[in-house]
Design a protein around this ligand. Structure first.
Ligand code: PEP
Length: 251
């Protein structure tokens, strides 16, 4: 049975004190969330460590939002997977569309990052998704297939035990426009087929595939009711503990 997950991507929001307060507020309600639903928060690098301390003894796991594409050395401004592990991260988000769009994240770099993350025993939340022009041109399935294959061609069925896919249509991120449950399910089922073609149906069935893009308490239930949607990667709504927990209670 694949795991259900609700993960909060805080992006470049919260200062250290706000972050600790938010992490504590999530922890305070985490026990309401059924055991089968995993909770993850991804604060900014600067307060991963103290947010991690706030999570101790709770079911909430800690994720980074990115990691370096090199193990260590002269890469000013970068943060390595070993550094993330050492402050208590169990996960890192990789390939978010904002990283692809604003910071030149290429598939080649992503492959290196995923390799390093897995070697450090970090779970990976790998983001894929089409932009508005690609959807209007009817290319959404192809784009998502290409992005998924470009990275996963380098990984094994065993590696897939540590990789979660997040489908995030770029046109739905932070815009208030959510993909309909049918639009999202179409892509999720397609990603699972792409995974089945490469790794076999049994492996594909076990991969958690999250939806991200203006997911909130009012639409999470319908999205999560879809056969291939196993939870959400939540941006804006993860900045309010009550909304985040409400989403996690929507299965
Ligand atoms: C995200 O960026 O991962 C995201 C899903 O953002 P939002 O929920 O704000 O659309």
């Amino acid at each position: 049975m694949r795991k259900k997950i609700v993960a909060g991507n805080w992006k470049m929001n919260t200062t250290r004190p706000d972050g600790i307060e938010l992490a504590k507020a999530v922890v305070a309600r985490a026990a309401e969330v059924p055991a089968g639903v995993g909770l993850i928060i991804a604060p900014p690098f600067t307060h991963l460590c103290c947010c991690g301390k706030a999570l101790e003894g709770s079911k909430v796991e800690l994720s980074a939002q990115n990691c370096a594409d090199h193990a260590k050395g002269a890469y000013t401004g970068e943060v390595s997977v070993d550094m993330l592990k050492a402050v208590g991260c169990q996960w890192t988000i990789l390939g978010h569309s904002e990283r692809r769009q604003y910071y030149g994240e290429t598939d080649e770099k992503l492959v290196e990052k995923v390799k390093l993350a897995l070697a450090a025993e970090l779970g990976v939340i790998l983001c894929v998704g089409e932009n508005l022009d690609e959807r209007k041109a009817g290319k959404h399935l192809q784009i998502v297939e290409d992005q998924t294959k470009a990275v996963l061609a380098n990984f094994s069925a065993e590696d897939m035990k540590k990789i979660v896919i997040a489908y995030e249509p770029v046109w739905a991120i932070g815009t208030g426009k959510t993909a309909t449950a049918q639009q999202a399910e179409e892509i999720h089922a397609y990603i699972r087929k792409v995974l089945a073609d490469k790794f076999g149906a049994a492996v594909a069935e076990d991969v958690t595939i999250l939806y991200g893009g203006s997911c909130k308490p009012s639409n999470a239930k319908e999205l999560f009711a879809q056969k291939d949607i196993d939870g959400g990667l939540i941006g804006g709504a993860a900045l309010k503990a009550d909304d985040f927990i409400q989403i996690a209670l929507s299965f």
